[in-house]
Write a protein that binds this ligand. Structure first.
Ligand code: ZN
Ligand code: ZN
Ligand code: ZN
Ligand code: ZN
Ligand code: ZN
Length: 283
């Protein structure tokens, strides 16, 4: 792997760019906003985004959230969650909330998670992969005529068949009423159901039912130290320019939460704070 050294100001620029992309997404139409336009965008969009956040999860009604959907989680149509409608200026009253794909020419009318078996998506009982089925509702197979629509006969780690699962889109109020965590208020687009570090794991592997990780005064970031967080995040943000895994996005999200802690009058106590190191020796 090639190693590129960046000085502090370059790292900061990378951070700012990543942050910009996570906040603005493709709303700038491909031309970077001027600093004034960016500030105006944040003033106009972010409070509404936080208020109207849509939480997306996959599971059996009344059971665990087997998978929490993040910006990079693929849909049945193969496009990522962030490429779908992920917010509304005003939340519609009808349910289910409809999140069509915004990729030009894609017929997908509703974000729908496809479970994975290891690194591959599950197959239909006709033996063909999800992408060999139509992206339109009904999901008929394009490789065979016997398939009456995508149907996975496999069982999820939670013990229930995948066919009993559904992708759920909830408002803040609806998620709260279910006793599920809301997470920190973050300005990023398409955060879906990510509310804590353990959100990245499958429901049956998490040590909590909700995906919120530790709550209260304990940091649930893998670095266990506020002081180290920004360094780690900077390096990961640099990698994120090319990759963009959910874990990296989450670390950025975590660093935001830490900033919040620092601003609060009674910051939660954290053990094991070491001096920040620009080299990121723990990586
Ligand atoms: Zn889709
Ligand atoms: Zn699509
Ligand atoms: Zn088929
Ligand atoms: Zn099929
Ligand atoms: Zn399940």
């Amino acid at each position: 792997m090639e190693r590129i050294s960046l000085d502090q100001s370059a790292l900061q620029a990378v951070d700012e760019y990543c942050e910009y992309r996570r906040i603005v997404g493709e709303d700038d139409g491909g031309t970077l906003f001027t600093p004034q336009q960016y500030e105006e965008y944040k003033r106009r969009v972010v409070p509404r985004r936080i208020q109207n956040r849509l939480y997306v999860s996959y599971g059996v009604a009344g059971g665990l959230d087997c998978k929490l959907i993040g910006p990079e989680t693929p849909c049945f149509c193969t496009h990522r969650y962030k490429q779908h409608q992920s917010e509304y200026e005003e939340l519609p009253t009808q349910r289910p909330l409809v999140l069509p794909c915004h990729v030009h020419g894609c017929p997908c009318s509703q974000y729908q998670y496809v479970p994975q078996m290891g690194s591959r998506p599950v197959r239909c009982r006709c033996k063909h992969l999800p992408e060999e089925h139509e992206a339109t509702m009904g999901h008929l197979c394009s490789r065979c005529s016997s398939c009456r629509g995508f149907y996975s006969p496999s069982t999820c780690g939670c013990g229930q068949p995948y066919s009993a699962h559904r992708t759920l889109v909830e408002s803040r109020q609806e998620r709260q009423a279910r006793g599920a965590p809301l997470g920190w208020d973050v300005p990023y687009a398409a955060m879906g159901g990510l509310t804590g570090y353990s959100s990245l794991m499958d429901g049956y592997l998490r040590l909590d039912s909700s995906g919120a990780g530790h709550t209260g005064n304990t940091c649930d970031c893998p670095c266990w130290s506020k002081a180290r967080c920004s360094t780690r995040t900077t390096i990961l943000n640099h990698q994120m320019l090319n990759s963009g895994s959910e874990e990296e996005i989450y670390l950025m999200y975590q660093s935001r939460a830490h900033d919040k802690d620092r601003e609060s009058p009674n910051p939660p106590k954290s053990e094991n704070i070491s001096s920040p190191s620009a080299e990121g020796t723990h990586l």
